[in-house]
Write a protein that binds this ligand. Structure first.
Ligand SMILES: [Zn+2]
Length: 704
């Protein structure tokens, strides 16, 4: 905002009487005159980022200087609010860069990221380790009662103060220097980890040139592999990669056990191949730096440091929670493995079940038991229909309307753009980007090119939200037909999107999804409860060719199969969550042999060899580079909340109950991080959440 005023002032000086704004060559320095002021992606080039970042650092530095040099005594407005609204240009460029570097990266963006990461880390440290600034913040914090603050302002003040302390503001000058060194090194290692991982994922191809090696694969999967071959100049062959949506169908259907082994081994050895892209040494260094950092700040471990700000509060509580679910899930997973081994024996296979067999035999048993497979349901999950379905749910619950608008800028032709309104009033913009490509990182996520908040004058700023997935793409003349899991993933990310879209806060730091890590998946995971409700399916799950609504018997099978393979998915997840906690509760720097550490931990919990953790250490992006360090448990913690919260709808006998929806919006979705999570939850539900709904939800406990 500051920059724009500056440009305007200049324009008036140079061209008196002329009100026309002088446009910079760099789009980040201009006000965006696109629909809803969405980033003008077609004008933004790689060369614009660095100058925008540098200018952004500079501007915020000056803003901070002005706060410190203010001769007046520190107040909420002249200190806390001023900090909240500083760095607008940095936010503007950072959001665009961060989002595109994940969803549509290239070598230039990656090089810029490598260069920017340490600069940004230094910039953040310059602010959070500035003693004069901290003294002002501290003074406001200690005199909190003297200012007439709203609840939201009190929370912003508390967050700001604690964030300074947690970032080292109260340390001696010597320790501050040490901390800076650690932060700088960590930021570089983190980027390196992610880049190695992307290179490892893109670096493996399973090329098939014999028709017989395609045995068992459905036609759609074969076509996709042929298209992949074509795009990599391997015409006439078939290419499979270790991108999950391409690998998974292969594991499910390929009758070629040796090829399944080859593909899955490449997947779980990512970053662990002792080559130039190996992540083991990087992980060891990150883990140790985090220990040093925590000790410097006075915490026993990195987990102690992180969890203090979460709903769970302590590592002990997290372990207790994880172990309770683990104990319920492990026997179920073992029984699932036994059932597969029995099938192998029955078929005369003389081998022991291995991790690369799990998907294949699970699929067979599922077919046998429920007469259900992904290929049976796919035709009913055309991507556009699923999207219509989630819009329908949001409309029934919250009265939101989604209108496709093609004049909104996009960064890739695959992106779909919507205006979101309620009662005819603009709410925000939603972008949806669904298919895998080399420039996109794996997984699914939701972010915002602009977050909701009110500007310094109180004017509402509406959000620009983006959902990114790696779902089955269209092939040939077939539209994108999703697996049930992919449909669920869409609903999940859409839940995050709603959290952003319905946010109604004043300050940017506490808006939308800026909530505790173990609370943030509540709004997303609760949406997963609607996706397969018969009432919802009949609205959107229509055959892509005939338009026929999904038959009742398939709906019933979906419902029955809903808890199928739950032992596996719970155990594979918890194994990763436990690994995360074990790394981050280390109390002293150690020599870490990553393979050995991983094995020791998993053996201790009794993970069966037929199951690999959902993420092995060397490709566990969430915890090394994705901000989920000692936070991966959060998904299940949130599930405890969402399973319990969905009961609030169920108990009324109406999954679209508007009163409950209004309460969920008012107490949770609109509140962002303006309140303590447990308080928000209790305000919605009238009580604390219990673990039962989660265990029942996963089939580990009988419905009472
Ligand atoms: Zn999520």
């Amino acid at each position: 905002m500051k920059k724009i005023t500056f440009i305007l002032a200049l324009a008036i000086l140079v061209l008196p009487g002329c009100k026309k704004e002088v446009k910079s060559d760099n789009p980040f320095f201009n006000k965006w005159d696109t629909p809803f002021e969405v980033a003008p992606f077609d004008q933004i080039k790689a060369l614009h980022y660095m100058p925008a970042y540098l200018k952004g650092f500079e501007e915020q530095k000056n803003e901070i200087k002005a706060i410190i040099n203010n001769p007046k005594a520190p107040t909420f407005d002249n200190t806390i609010k001023a900090i909240e609204y500083s760095g607008q240009l940095l936010t503007k460029v950072g959001r665009v860069f961060g989002a595109l570097n994940s969803a549509h990266t290239n070598d230039s963006l990656q090089a810029i990221n490598m260069e920017i990461a340490p600069l940004a880390s230094k910039h953040r440290d310059d602010i959070s380790l500035n003693d004069s600034l901290f003294q002002r913040v501290k003074s406001v914090f200690e005199n909190m009662d003297k200012f007439r603050l709203t609840d939201e302002e009190k929370k912003v003040l508390d967050d700001t103060y604690k964030s300074f302390v947690r970032n080292g503001a109260a340390l001696s000058p010597e320790d501050k220097e040490k901390l800076r060194g650690i932060n700088g090194e960590l930021s570089k290692l983190t980027v390196q980890f992610g880049q190695n991982l992307l290179a490892e994922t893109n670096g493996f191809k399973l090329v098939i040139d014999k028709q017989e090696d395609l045995a068992g694969l459905p036609e759609g999967v074969i076509n996709q592999a042929a298209a992949m071959a074509k795009s990599t100049n391997l015409d006439g062959k078939w290419v499979f990669t270790i991108q999950y949506p391409i690998m998974e169908p292969f594991l499910k259907y390929s009758e070629k056990r040796d090829l399944r082994e080859k593909l899955f081994t490449a997947y779980f050895m990512k970053g662990d191949n002792d080559n130039a892209r190996d992540n083991k040494a990087i992980i060891e260094r990150i883990a140790n730096l985090r220990i040093e950092r925590s000790k410097l700040l006075g915490y026993g471990s990195y987990a102690d440091f992180v969890l203090e700000r979460n709903m769970a509060k302590t590592p002990e509580r997290v372990f207790e929670f994880l172990e309770e679910v683990w104990a319920a899930a492990l026997p179920v997973a073992k029984a699932e493995a036994d059932a597969q081994q029995e099938l192998i024996n029955r078929e005369g296979g003389k081998f022991k079940l291995e991790p690369w067999d799990w998907w294949y035999y699970t699929e067979k048993i599922k077919k046998e038991k429920y007469d259900l497979s992904d290929e049976i349901t796919r035709p009913y999950f055309k991507i556009d229909n699923v999207i219509d379905g989630m819009f329908y749910v949001a409309n029934r619950l919250y009265g939101l309307v989604f209108t496709k608008k093609d004049d909104i800028p996009k960064y890739h032709p695959d992106v779909k753009t919507f205006e979101v309104t309620r009662d005819g009033k603009h709410v925000g913009v939603l972008m949806i980007d669904n298919y895998p490509r080399q420039s996109k990182r794996a997984g699914a996520w939701c972010g915002a090119y602009r977050g909701q908040n009110r500007d310094i004058k109180g004017k509402m700023i509406t959000p620009v939200v983006t959902m990114v997935t790696n779902s089955t793409p269209p092939t040939g003349d077939k539209p994108a037909l999703l697996t049930a899991y992919e449909a669920e993933t869409l609903f999940h990310e859409f839940g995050h999107a709603l959290h952003q879209l319905l946010s109604n806060s004043t300050y940017p730091g506490v808006s939308g999804t800026s909530v505790a890590r173990d609370f943030v998946e509540l709004p997303s995971q609760i949406m997963e409860h609607w996706v397969f409700e018969p009432e919802v399916l009949k609205v959107y799950a229509k055959h892509y060719q005939t338009g026929e609504v999904i038959p009742a018997d398939i709906v019933e099978k979906l419902e029955r199969a809903g808890k199928f393979n739950m032992g596996f998915s719970t155990v594979e997840f918890l194994a990763a969550a436990l690994l995360d906690m074990e790394y981050h509760t280390l109390k002293e720097p150690v020599d870490l042999d990553i393979r050995e550490f991983e094995k020791k931990v998993l053996d201790r919990y009794g993970l069966i060899p037929e199951i690999k953790p959902r993420y092995r250490s060397t490709y566990f992006n969430h915890i090394w580079a994705g901000g989920y360090a000692s936070g991966y448990y959060s998904y299940y913690w949130s599930e405890m909340l969402d399973a319990d919260a969905f009961q609030a709808f169920k108990e009324t006998g109406d999954i679209f109950n508007r009163e409950v929806a209004a309460k969920f919006e008012n107490e949770i979705l609109s509140k962002g991080g303006t309140r303590d999570p447990l308080e928000m939850y209790k305000a919605f539900r009238g009580k604390e959440p219990g673990i039962d709904a989660l265990l029942i939800n996963r089939g580990f406990k009988a419905q009472p």
